[in-house]
Design a protein around this ligand. Structure first.
Ligand code: NCD
Length: 331
């Protein structure tokens, strides 16, 4: 692929022997991907992004149905998955409900596994988000069609991490040799649990900055260190920003706390404002999976390296690539 001014200017269709790598597979954890598979997803996303930009109307998934099951609030993830399926000429059925307002059979006590067995008869591919860690694996066991994990509690969010990698690629041209800082609620943040694993394929150095009680789980750090990745943990945001090419900011995950007082203790520990950005390494890219609460001040939005809205846009080509690849229908 060729990238100019943060845009895909050309992208070839991946070779036929590569296009089958993910056919029939679930997408459950970032740990499942080989470097070849991540590269394939990036190339396929670029291929689709260029086609959509050129105004092509696609029919790669014509006649297929995607079920989008969101048992936890979502805006970007659900809408970008649904947009992706629509762009591919497929259609969408949806259940979207938070744990507060429930309208479907899960509210009546039906197990996820039973719901999925039925949805599997209606749809060709299933996208699921749940407040329960491990829910996507459970869904995948119950379904014969591919299941895509769109966030399982404080577990993982692999499709977000893929769009994060794609964003860094577009913003910087290459990931090799970059220093990437992950900041915020690294304990409960599922996007960073997935992202740190994907970054380990690209020769990046990783810095983790978090409140003491919200550090990255030790088993994840050990896993990536075993792959030869250098990981530094610090509470000095200024210093980390001064040596980083990318600063990936996350929201403190209020909904995962036992009580409000604990959340209040840490919610303002790290705020990225224009003073932080000014003192940071020149050209630093600021990312955030969104939604933002107060961890990036709005004055940062005008900084040219503030990539978080572009990042959200990248969800569509990445999810187009994932849907078409798992169904083996990239035309
Ligand atoms: C994230 C999530 O749901 O984990 N949002 C998203 O998918 N873009 C991050 C968050 O909620 O903080």
């Amino acid at each position: 692929m060729e990238i100019k001014n943060k845009e895909i200017v050309s992208a070839a269709k991946p070779a036929a022997d590569k296009l089958v790598l993910l056919k029939g597979k679930d997408v459950l954890s970032a740990a499942q991907f080989s470097k070849d598979e991540v590269d394939l997803i990036m190339e396929t996303a670029a291929y689709y992004e260029k086609k959509v930009k050129d105004g092509e109307v696609l029919s790669d998934m014509e006649g297929q149905v995607m079920a989008s099951l969101f048992f936890e609030p979502s805006t970007r993830t659900r809408l970008s998955f649904e947009t992706a399926m629509n762009r591919l000429g497929g259609s969408v059925i949806t259940v979207a409900e938070s744990t507060k307002v429930q309208t479907s059979s899960t509210a009546k006590g039906e197990t996820l596994s039973d719901s999925i067995k039925v949805v599997d008869l209606y749809a060709d591919v299933i996208v699921v988000r749940s407040p329960q860690k491990g829910a996507a694996d459970e869904a995948a066991m119950a379904a014969s069609n591919p299941v895509l994990n769109s966030g399982d509690g404080a577990g993982e969010h692999p499709t977000q991490a893929l769009l994060d990698i794609y964003t860094i690629l577009k913003e910087r041209g290459d990931l090799n040799g970059l220093t990437v800082t992950l900041l915020g609620d690294l304990k409960h943040g599922r996007t960073v649990h997935s992202l740190i694993r994907l970054l380990s394929h690209f020769g990046c150095r990783i810095i983790l900055v978090a409140p003491e009680k919200l550090r990255m789980p030790a088993d994840i750090v050990t896993d990536v260190e075993k792959l030869g990745v250098a990981v530094k943990q610090t509470d000095n945001l200024q210093e980390a920003a001064a040596e980083s090419d990318v600063l990936y900011v996350t929201r403190i995950q209020k909904e995962r706390f036992e009580n409000e007082a604990e959340y209040d203790q840490v919610k303002d520990d790290f705020i990225v404002d224009s003073a932080i950005v000014k003192a940071a390494k020149k050209g630093i890219v600021i990312m955030h999976p969104l939604p933002r609460v107060n961890e990036i001040t709005v004055d940062v939005d005008d900084y040219e390296g503030a990539a978080y809205f572009r990042q959200a846009g990248n969800g569509v080509p990445i999810r187009m690539a994932l849907l078409a690849l798992v169904k083996g229908c990239v035309n």
